[in-house]
Design a protein around this ligand. Structure first.
Ligand code: NAI
Ligand code: ISE
Length: 336
């Protein structure tokens, strides 16, 4: 079966995902596109999916009998409405992070999916599909003893002017919030935020860098440095300290050069390149499950837990270093 996919939101990542579905992956093709910026949808049609139909609204795309499954890659604040519409239509839906911009919104999605009785939603937490994180998890699960601490860093070379302090959590660190919970098979119980002095490239509405300290139910302490104007590159670091050893996420492969009296390796500068293979694997997983009318991988529940944790971290940004508790509701059996 070829899964007929519609993409809502044809900006940076929507275009990338459309490209990989039509040009890299198997089992699916893009048949529908929609964007509030119609010119953007038309451009993706012209360059990537000439046979696709451009729809006026995301709702019309979801309702179309020609569309089997939906990719939601529009701005975060619009995700909830489209995911709810896809579930109501009984169509598998891949939603980029965040699942919703509030925990209440994510809960509405969980409730609707639970009522439907079958998983239909996969959230775009692609790091769970990254070969480095998968290898790290194997070692953490079996070789270094119980995890005690995690030291992580999420560095972007630069962010747009409109990026402000809370976005460091719900736009950027949300990836660590999900992947570390998966890596440790644990849940968070509290969050604290500490700030060093702001870096020179920051501005009045962005405190950068910041350090978030998460404590888990099993007593692991996690520190995550978020530094979104680090200037030098796109750099994702993660080290797990266990009772018997330490394991570190590998850097992406890079040729070591001896050149101009220096020993050097290039560092990537863009998330598109750093996680290019992970996006391929996550979407192939989505296509496989969608062909069977369901979804796998990171679930609505994971998106909901990430939203609850994000809210606590954002509250902690204004709590002068005090711990903000994180309390999770009971996990519905659909997600066990
Ligand atoms: P973007 O701004 O490049 O593209 C978003 C597109 O959505 C724009 O073309 C915009 O016109 C369209 N749009 C906005 N509201 C819409 C609506 N109501 N209906 C239809 N289209 C609408 O943004 P980008 O970087 O592509 O991000 C999109 C989403 O993907 C965000 O939620 C972001 O957090 C997520 N993302 C995930 C990444 C990952 O590593 N998993 C990386 C980058 C983005
Ligand atoms: C972007 O939306 C992503 O998801 C990237 O992975 C992250 O590094 C960046 O900070 C976000 O803006």
């Amino acid at each position: 079966m070829t899964v007929r996919i519609g993409v809502i939101g044809t900006g940076a990542i929507g275009r990338e995902h459309a490209r990989r579905i039509n040009q890299v992956l198997g089992g699916a093709r893009i048949v529908a596109l929609s964007d509030v910026n119609v010119a953007s949808a038309e451009a993706v049609k012209a360059e990537i999916a000439p046979k696709a139909t451009v729809y006026d609204t995301g709702e019309a795309l979801i309702a179309s009998p020609d569309v089997d499954a939906v990719l939601v890659t529009s701005w975060g604040a619009t995700h909830e409405q489209y995911v709810l519409a896809a579930i109501a239509a009984g169509k598998p839906c891949f939603c980029e992070k965040p699942l919703a911009t509030t925990a209440e919104g994510a809960k509405r999605i969980v409730d609707l999916e639970v009522g439907y009785g079958k998983r239909l939603v996969q959230v775009g937490f692609m790091r769970r599909y990254d070969a480095g994180y998968v290898a790290l998890k194997q070692v953490v699960d079996s070789q270094i003893g119980a995890p005690i601490m995690v030291h992580a860093a999420h560095r972007n070379p630069a962010v747009p002017e409109q990026y402000v302090t809370p976005m460091a959590i719900h736009d950027t660190m949300i990836h660590e919030i999900d992947v570390l919970r998966w890596l440790l098979d644990d849940d968070y119980v509290s969050a604290r935020v500490l700030y060093p002095r702001s870096a020179a490239l920051s501005h009045a509405k962005l405190r950068d860098p910041q350090v978030v300290i998460l404590e888990t139910a099993k007593g692991t302490l996690i520190d995550v440095e978020i530094f979104v104007n680090c200037a030098y590159g796109y750099d994702i670091q993660c080290e797990v300290v266990g009772e018997e050893g330490v394991a570190r996420l590998p850097d992406p492969m890079a040729i070591e050069m001896r050149l101009g009296a220096r020993k050097q390796n290039a560092i990537l500068t863009d998330w598109k390149d750093r996680f290019i293979a992970s996006y391929d694997v996550e979407l192939q997983d989505f296509i496989k499950a969608a062909a069977e009318g369901t979804a796998s991988g990171p679930s609505s529940w994971d998106g909901y837990v990430a939203a609850i944790t994000s809210d606590a971290c954002v509250a902690a940004q204004d709590a002068d270093g005090a711990a903000v508790p994180i309390t999770l509701p009971t996990r519905p059996s659909l997600y066990k």
